[in-house]
Design a protein around this ligand. Structure first.
Ligand SMILES: [Zn+2]
Length: 186
């Protein structure tokens, strides 16, 4: 099992914080099979509310993926209490961690389902779309526009082993940084 942190970086214009709005938030990822290296070109999502049984009585996982090439069944779990809001503008911050068995994420698609809060007023905004174009709302209380930019993303291989599982916070990068497509293209 490998614990991988997803780091995001966005320009936060008059935005105090950005985070998934609800527990049913879907983390859209491209996934590479660690066994055979096959990397399907489509996004698959992991949701903290999904519990799919793993074959052979190996419990449940938030996402179970059977590799089409080698047939291996791989799993991904969202690490409990690993979620952190994005609070700094233009700085990479870890927003969630995944427990990966037999696969690794290679790309992230932010899409919809985010919430943010305005600076100064702390006004909450729901239904924030970070997919492509700039999302802008007007904060009446603070009298300014609120706009988080679509984020860049990278993956960080975090500390392995049971010790890391008990602590909610991801320690600094131990393995190599995995820069995903989103970052490479921008
Ligand atoms: Zn495979």
């Amino acid at each position: 099992m490998v614990k991988i942190g997803l780091q995001l970086k966005a320009t936060l214009e008059n935005v105090a914080s950005v985070q998934p709005d609800e527990d049913d938030f879907r983390w859209y990822l491209k996934l590479r099979c660690a066994n055979c290296g096959d990397e399907p070109d489509h996004f698959q999502y992991a949701c903290g509310l999904d519990t799919t049984p793993v074959r052979g009585g190996r419990g449940h996982a938030n996402l179970v993926v059977k590799c089409k090439l080698c047939g291996r069944e791989n799993t991904l779990d969202i690490v409990e209490n690993s979620g952190r809001p994005l609070t700094e503008s233009d700085i990479f911050q870890t927003v969630v961690a995944f427990d990966c068995r037999g696969l690794e994420p290679t790309d992230f698609s932010p899409r919809i389902g985010w919430a943010c809060r305005g600076t100064d007023s702390d006004t909450p905004f729901a239904n924030v779309d970070l997919s492509e174009k700039e999302w802008v709302e007007y904060d009446e209380k603070a009298n300014q526009s609120v706009s988080p930019s679509p984020p860049r993303a990278l993956f960080e291989e975090a500390e392995k082993g049971p010790k890391a599982l008990s602590g909610p916070k991801i320690k600094g990068p131990i393995g190599r940084l995995k820069v995903c497509q989103l970052l490479q293209n921008t």
